[in-house]
Ligand binder design. Structure first.
Ligand SMILES: *Cc1c(COP(=O)(O)O)cnc(C)c1O
Length: 402
């Protein structure tokens, strides 16, 4: 293959993808901390606004540093051989801004939206509170039950939203099967791919139309910024998402985009190590007398193990488990941790543990929580980059104190 046609491999794309150098030829990517741009003449401004001359217009629309982040993420997400993959990416100020735009840019009153009920709490608020208020007909289904998806899609559907692995209990949804159901009913599928990260699961290859991320999680990976991204075909982005973002304004700061450009340089190494740590920890904790159930996607005892194995290239950086003694047991365990922090963030270099029933999922009724498998004793663990032996010691000592 001629040298210029060769596609660099993943590790190279993560370090080099999207970089544009200024006239100063800096080594690291530059931070263009500017809200606006100037034009050499009135005619040039006219041509730029008309789209006849390339160039930036205003920070709410686009920015060179933000563009480097978007292009680097596109280089990670796609294209996938035999498939278009990610043709376009737009970065926004948070993961929720990405989910919101992916939904609202593509909906009108009277449309139907189907969502898998085990989802991030704020995504669920958009579906069960905001969209119905706007006249959108929302149906929630148990994500693993394909019959429920089929029934909900019968009258036709505009959009579907799912997470796999789901938050917090790491259930799997069959992305390809759901994509087929939604497509035959005339709709588009949005996958929130945060828990898997763009390294481990490729939703476009499984039929997703739009992939959304909270870049706050593994892409930053060091707890510094809030950010989000929407990836889709050029047709979908230019058919409404870009316009929606331009005029509603959930823009990302160029500084935060720069943090993420640098974050993507190391994401493959970090996620690989975090997965290795998580797999060791899951094996060390499973069977502990103070743990009633443990969910880790690549363990053979995970109820959706086969599906996760088909969709994900590794077990991921998250573990969920039920501590003996219910809510009191879980709190005693969390309070006894000395190394691992209590926090609701995830994907971080620091290992973080959370009690979903009283934090991330407290808005849900007891019944709604039970339906997605969250018990009073459930704990969600985001595994970081510390030494796995130190993490295991901390976890076992805390469990022993329950
Ligand atoms: C964190 C998260 C979000 C929201 O992202 P923010 O950056 O916090 O706005 C959405 N979906 C999932 C699965 C998440 O983990």
């Amino acid at each position: 293959m001629p040298r210029k046609d060769r596609r660099p491999r993943l590790a190279t794309r993560l370090v080099r993808g999207g970089q544009t150098r200024s006239q100063h030829k800096e080594t690291a990517e530059a931070i263009f901390m500017t809200s606006g741009f100037v034009y050499d003449s009135a005619a040039e401004a006219d041509a730029r606004f008309a789209g006849a001359s390339p160039g930036y217009l205003y920070g709410r629309y686009a920015n060179p540093t933000v563009r480097m982040f978007e292009e680097r993420l596109m280089a990670l997400e796609g294209p996938i051989p035999g498939h278009d993959g990610a043709e376009e990416c737009l970065a926004v100020g948070s993961g929720m801004a990405a989910v919101n735009a992916a939904l609202l840019a593509n909906l009108k009153a009277g449309d139907r939206v189907i969502g898998a009920r085990a989802m991030f709490a704020s995504c669920l608020w958009i579906l069960d509170t905001l969209l119905p208020r706007l006249g959108v007909d929302v149906v929630l289904v148990d994500g693993e039950d394909l019959d429920q998806w089929r029934d909900a899609a019968k009258p036709g559907v505009a959009l579907a939203l799912l997470e796999s692995p789901s938050n917090p209990m790491l259930g799997a949804v069959d992305i390809k099967a759901v994509a087929d159901i939604i497509h035959s009913a005339g709709g588009k599928l949005i996958v929130d791919n945060v828990f898997a990260s763009p390294l481990l699961q490729k939703p476009f290859a499984l039929g997703a139309d739009i992939v959304v991320y909270s870049a706050t999680k593994h892409m930053d990976g060091q707890g510094r910024t809030l950010a989000g991204a929407i990836l889709a075909s050029k047709e979908l982005i230019d058919g409404g998402v870009r316009e929606f973002l331009r005029h509603t304004g959930p823009a990302i700061s160029p500084f935060n985009a720069w943090v993420l450009v640098k974050g993507l340089e190391t994401i493959a190494l970090r996620v690989e190590r975090q997965c290795a740590n998580a797999a060791r920890i899951a094996d060390a904790l499973a069977g502990h007398v103070k743990i009633e159930r443990l969910f880790y996607p690549s363990r053979a005892d995970h109820p959706h193990h086969a599906l996760h194995a088909r969709q994900m290239s590794a077990g991921g950086t998250m573990i969920a488990f039920d501590v003996a003694g219910g809510g009191a047991g879980a709190w005693r365990f969390l309070d006894a941790l000395e190394l691992i922090d209590i926090s609701n963030n995830l994907g971080d270099a620091k290992s973080l543990a959370t009690h979903p029933a009283t934090t991330t999922h407290r808005r849900l009724t007891d019944e709604a929580r039970a339906r997605i498998g969250v018990q009073e004793g459930s704990v969600r663990l985001s595994v970081g980059l510390e030494d796995a032996d130190d993490l295991i010691e901390d976890l076992i000592l805390a469990l022993d104190s329950v």
